[in-house]
Design a protein around this ligand. Structure first.
Ligand SMILES: [Zn+2]
Length: 124
């Protein structure tokens, strides 16, 4: 075999290997993306299922249900603290901070729970 033929053959072998490698890389990227997309959907469905289960088993004494209820209460408490720091009240529905004394949440329209101080600010 001529030296030039051999060099040519080597070059084409290297070229094929590089092509295969590029193909592998793009195939890898494609499969990884596909897998991540499915995993995201899986997570979303687990979440949806979990919320549904929680709502249907609120009264059970299951450990996870109890823990979730405690966390929900803590979250509410923190919302109130944050709202107080900002000088307002936390909406019981969406958690938005609304100015103290507001009758309705200005973010979602939920009626604000009536707090002790029902001061009438109607002066003339
Ligand atoms: Zn709200």
């Amino acid at each position: 075999m001529d030296i030039l033929d051999r060099i040519g053959e080597t070059i084409s072998q290297v070229g094929n290997a590089a092509g295969q490698k590029a193909k592998d890389v793009s195939e890898f990227a494609k499969l990884t993306t596909e897998m991540r997309t499915l995993q995201k959907k899986q997570q979303d469905l687990y979440l949806e299922l979990g919320k549904k289960y929680f709502e249907e088993h609120m009264d059970s004494k299951e450990e996870a249900v109890e823990a979730l209820k405690e966390i929900a209460a803590d979250v509410e408490h923190l919302k109130d603290e944050i709202a107080a720091l900002k000088g307002g009240d936390a909406c019981p529905n969406c958690g938005a901070v609304v100015p103290k004394g507001s009758k309705f949440c200005n973010a979602c329209g939920t009626k604000m729970s009536i707090f002790e101080e029902e001061e009438t600010t109607e002066e003339e």
